[in-house]
Design a protein around this ligand. Structure first.
Ligand SMILES: [Zn+2]
Length: 112
């Protein structure tokens, strides 16, 4: 049985709620991922553009050794089973399962 998992993003700016895309911001040692709608992404680009235009190209940041998130495999498997998401019974659950699980987990925390 094949299943398609879609992740719908909404703008992280409070009270916006429009469809959004993920953007990654980096300044100094701070790196953040944020979901922005087109209007807020345009606003952000407009704000940083004067600084980007006078900056020099910077060397690429070093790649993190392991760009992964640790989640309890048992919790992920239990969630997958409950939501009908195919997940291997052994080993580390794949990102295709962990990501929707984490989205769900974050949503639960916002509601409660
Ligand atoms: Zn927005």
């Amino acid at each position: 049985m094949a299943q398609i998992i879609r992740i719908y993003r909404t703008c992280d700016v409070s009270d916006c709620g429009r469809d959004a895309a993920e953007h990654v911001l980096a300044l100094g040692k701070t790196r953040r991922s944020i979901d922005l709608c087109q209007a807020h992404a345009d606003e952000l680009n407009k704000t940083v553009q004067p600084y980007l235009s006078i900056g020099r190209p910077a060397p690429r940041a070093r790649k993190a050794s392991k760009p992964d998130v640790f989640v309890n495999p048992r919790a992920v498997r239990a969630w997958a089973k409950e939501h009908g998401v195919p997940c291997p019974e052994i080993g580390t659950p794949p990102l295709a399962v962990k990501v929707p699980y984490l989205r769900w987990w974050c949503d639960q925390r916002q509601v409660g």
